[in-house]
Design a protein around this ligand. Structure first.
Ligand code: NAD
Length: 499
């Protein structure tokens, strides 16, 4: 039976009225499992009005009481975890274990955001001049929004909503229309945890809903995560409409393999980071860069051996390393890239096309695909494929590897595997990329540091989660006061200085 989904506005499930719907698939079977309403501009405008009204009291609430709502929410998520993970896997296609990780990474940011009373404290200077004290405070922006991708339907909505709510804002979430059920459930749990109705609203939709959010001047900030062209579009449109924006885009993450690295450790790291979640992660490693021909030959052999044993199957069943891609279009797109790699002369060591999973023949599966001898002019190197395709680009020297990663237009994550501390330190300092791993294949920073890519992977200032999230979702007010009030200096017609 096809489930009918709703929006979640003003603390209640609300039917869509636009008459437009999107299909939500079960990627493991290829069947449509739900229909999601695609909001019209008018429905978005109504949700923003609801949020604006609810924000006033929530923003006035003391931060500790707001934090308690987050703490209660954590309890509810913990109780609902098996259900959340199954739903997430059934719409996204990642394994249950990986869905647990998706939720857990979001939970960790809520744990951090529950420290809002501390994080919102301002700064104070006493005696800045005669009787003059200067202090700053962080105030909520009002109504803010998050527009999020399909590949982390729990983690990224929580990265956005957690700090924004803790800071006293009301939030409009526009999750991906591919897997909207978990974001809807998270909104229910927030309500149950004591979040006042209307403070968190989930509006489902596509470009029409996104445009309505980004163009509405009542929305003061928008946090976006998705593909690079849309990130650029949202950044420009948000700025043109007077709002602050942080927009994170796609990626092409390299893993540099130094000749002294433990190649078994490297090969294990690469298959996990390259094929986990079918490669549908912005921090997936998609390019292995072995330094020197000997390293490359040995690594290619080890990878080919491991790839041959990877298990691909339905998301809800145990025993598989990864599941299907999210949609038939995503699968077709990845297959096109594999074909381009072959046509442009890369060596195909493992071909994942045509994989049939018994009993799930219509699922959107692609087996692990491995290319060697890829050169930087090939499409499989230039574009983000977002599928289970790992490519090897051979570098002659460490400097060549460093340059390759640094000059790539994307700048999300990068990693180096080596036993040489000098090389690791030099690489970390010089590489032109936002997040660096040293013997760590997926260097997603922990919740109390910040997450953000450079170049085409991120537009705007300030990163996600960590203290930056509170800076992004608040505005700073600075008060300069003079007490006692009796100090008299007469009229001054020059700009005051601390001379
Ligand atoms: P996407 O860009 O297709 O969609 C992201 C969001 O934008 C969705 O909510 C979608 O409804 C909306 N959207 C799509 N097309 C739009 C349009 N034309 N106008 C306005 N809004 C539009 O991305 P996706 O396929 O859901 O997610 C995968 C992408 O996200 C990959 O490129 C991946 O690298 C990237 N990603 C980046 C990060 C990061 O932190 N840098 C994290 C996760 C995913």
């Amino acid at each position: 039976m096809v489930r009918e989904l709703t929006h979640f506005i003003g603390g209640a499930h609300v039917q869509g009225t636009s008459g437009r719907f999107g299909d939500v698939y079960d990627p493991s079977t290829g069947e449509v499992q739900a229909r999601v309403p695609l909001a019209s501009s008018a429905e978005v405008a109504e949700a923003i009005a609801v949020a604006e009204a609810a924000q006033i009291e929530w923003g006035d609430q003391n931060p500790q009481k707001r934090a308690r709502v987050l703490l209660k929410f954590l309890d509810l998520v913990a109780k609902d975890l098996p259900h959340l993970a199954r739903r997430l896997s059934s719409e996204h296609g990642k394994t249950i274990a990986d869905s647990m990780g998706d939720i857990q990474r979001g939970v960790e940011v809520i744990e951090f955001a529950a420290g809002a009373p501390h994080l919102l404290k301002g700064e104070y200077t006493t005696g800045a001049g005669a009787g003059i004290d200067v202090y700053s405070m962080r105030q909520p922006l009002g109504v803010v929004a998050g527009i999020t991708p399909f590949n982390f339907p729990a983690m990224i909505p929580l990265w956005k909503a957690g700090p924004a709510l803790a800071a006293g804002n009301a939030f409009i979430l526009k999750p991906s229309e591919r897997d909207p059920s978990v974001p809807l459930r998270l909104a229910e749990l927030f309500l149950e945890a004591g979040l006042p109705a209307g403070v968190l609203n989930v509006v489902n939709g596509d470009k029409e809903a996104v445009d309505a959010i980004v163009r509405d001047t009542r929305v003061k900030a928008v946090g976006f995560v998705g593909s690079t062209p849309i990130a650029q579009y949202i950044y420009a449109t948000a700025a043109a409409n007077g709002k602050r924006a942080q927009c994170f885009g796609g990626a092409k993450n390299h893993l540099v393999v130094m000749p002294d690295a433990d190649l078994d450790q490297v090969a294990d790291a690469l298959v996990g980071a390259g094929y986990g979640s079918a490669g549908e992660r912005c921090m997936a490693i998609s390019v292995a860069v072995p330094v020197g021909a000997e390293t490359a030959d040995a690594l290619a052999a080890k990878l080919a051996e491991r790839v041959a044993h990877l298990r691909v199957g339905p998301a809800l069943e145990e025993g598989f390393d990864y599941g299907p891609l999210v949609t038939a279009e995503a699968k077709a797109r990845v297959e096109r890239y594999i074909q381009l790699g072959v046509e442009q002369g890369a060596t195909l060591l493992a071909d994942g096309r045509g994989l049939a999973v018994p009993g799930h023949e219509n699922g959107f599966y692609i087996g692990p695909t491995l290319f060697d001898h890829v050169t930087p002019d090939m499409d499989v190197y230039r574009d983000e494929i977002f599928g289970p395709v790992l490519i090897i680009v051979r570098a002659d020297t460490y400097e060549d590897a460093l340059r390759l990663a640094s000059e790539n237009p994307y700048g999300n994550g990068v990693s180096i595997f080596t036993r040489d501390g000098d090389a690791a330190r030099d690489f970390s300092a010089r590489v032109n990329i936002g997040m660096v791993g040293v013997n760590v294949p997926i260097p997603v920073p922990i919740a109390y540091h910040t997450f953000g890519g450079w170049k085409s992977s991120g537009f705007g200032d300030l990163n996600q989660h960590g203290p930056d999230a509170f800076r992004f979702y608040t505005k700073t007010k600075t008060v300069t006061s003079r007490w006692p009030s009796g100090i008299k200096e007469g009229a001054s017609f020059v700009i005051p200085t601390m001379h």
